[in-house]
Design a protein around this ligand. Structure first.
Ligand code: 5GP
Ligand code: ZN
Length: 139
């Protein structure tokens, strides 16, 4: 547990949360300021700030919970779809420094956008630049 981490405090029961799912390693609860009815957060119980800080086992457990919960959340609020996302780092919009996956129920005509709407101006990359980036990631 990290000092002053609000999600660690929810895991510890020190502040209340509307828990919807719990295992030894994962907790899921409703977002306190939901973007849509049923907006749920899935977190590892062990504190990790960024995805890169998460153990492989914890990452697998979190994704297993996401896989289990996404259809349950969608059905509970009679949604048409779900946007699943992680703000990994402050430049991406992360405000709570404890890894969390957002499950945001989506409804036809809800006025929201796709994941493609989150980034700024699109880069115009040459084939050579794309090749170099792919090689760096694959390395
Ligand atoms: P982030 O911007 O870090 O990806 O998202 C943090 C999310 O945590 C926000 O959607 C916010 O509403 C939610 N949140 C912040 N504090 C609390 C809290 O004390 N309880 C719950 N349930 N959600 C919180
Ligand atoms: Zn924490």
């Amino acid at each position: 547990m990290a000092d002053d981490c609000i999600f660690c405090k929810i895991v510890a029961g020190e502040i209340p949360g509307r828990t919807v799912y719990e295992t030894d390693s994962v907790l899921a609860f409703l977002d306190a300021n939901p973007l849509a009815s049923g907006h749920t957060l899935v977190i590892p119980k062990a504190h990790a700030e960024r995805l890169d800080d998460l153990s492989a086992g914890a990452a697998a457990d979190v994704f297993a919970a996401v896989h289990e919960l996404t259809p349950r959340v969608e059905s509970a609020v009679d949604a048409d779809a779900v946007t699943v996302g992680i703000n990994d780092g402050s430049a991406a919009g992360q405000e709570v420094p404890h890894v969390h996956v957002h499950l945001v129920p989506r409804f036809e005509g809800d006025g929201g956008g796709p994941i493609h709407a989150v980034a700024g101006e699109r880069p115009d990359l040459s084939d050579a630049e794309l090749d170099a980036i792919a090689a760096d990631i694959a390395e």
